[in-house]
Design a protein. Structure first.
Length: 214
């Protein structure tokens, strides 16, 4: 599946820490956008990333905040909702992937969790030629605002069946997305998908979506 490599990426004026795995051969690369208060070490996203690696996809799990910003956000929770800033950094990482020999020819997918899903969708709207597919896990796509109407990438919205408020927000967002969009509800699953088999289903559906669209 390839070895994990720690990298530092300059994006939108910040230097971001990231973990990258590139299988040989790789059929595409998936960039992860973590949710509020999370990081590249999120065990949930790492589990999904491992499933994608098994399916032949390179993965990049990046912290979208610097260490200093993360400390500030832990006190104020303000930066995790700055969707424009987070999306700008994702765009910077997308551009960086295009400059790297190992990933420059690979189609790019975006996987966003919670508020990271909104940032992923805004980034997809800003880089329509590069971002070829988006998957949201328990996401807040509504926070992408007017950018939803500009997303051209096929988008899979995965929501837990017990996460009723987020289901409604995803249903409304799906109506605004002009590209091919599918809302997949996992029965009985709550927001973080801790129920037996729930996260595995997220990973399988994400792998299938990227396999179809990248």
């Amino acid at each position: 599946m390839g070895h994990e490599r720690a990298v530092r990426i300059e994006a939108a004026g910040a230097v971001l820490a990231a973990d990258q795995v590139i299988p040989d051969p790789a059929r595409g690369v998936v960039l992860f956008a973590h949710g509020s208060g999370s990081s590249r070490r999120s065990p949930r996203n790492r589990m999904v990333a491992e499933r994608l690696q098994e399916a032949g996809f390179a993965t990049v799990l990046a912290d979208l905040l610097t260490a200093a910003e993360d400390l500030r956000d832990a006190q104020t929770a303000e930066l995790r909702f700055d969707i424009g800033m987070l999306a700008g950094r994702l765009v910077g990482i997308v551009d960086w992937l295009g400059t790297q020999a190992a990933t420059s020819g690979l189609p790019i997918g975006l996987f966003g969790a919670s508020t990271g899903a909104a940032a992923a969708l805004v980034a997809a709207a800003r880089r329509p030629a590069e971002a070829r597919a988006v998957v949201s896990r328990g996401g807040r796509p509504d926070l992408a605002g007017a950018a939803l109407a500009q997303v051209k990438a096929p988008t899979l919205l995965i929501v837990g069946g017990a996460d009723s408020t987020v289901i409604g927000l995803n249903q409304k967002a799906a109506e605004l997305l002009p590209a091919s969009t599918h809302l997949h509800v996992i029965p009985g699953a709550s927001h973080l998908f801790p129920e037996p088999g729930a996260l595995e289903e997220v990973a399988d559906r994400a792998a299938d979506w990227f396999a179809e669209h990248l």
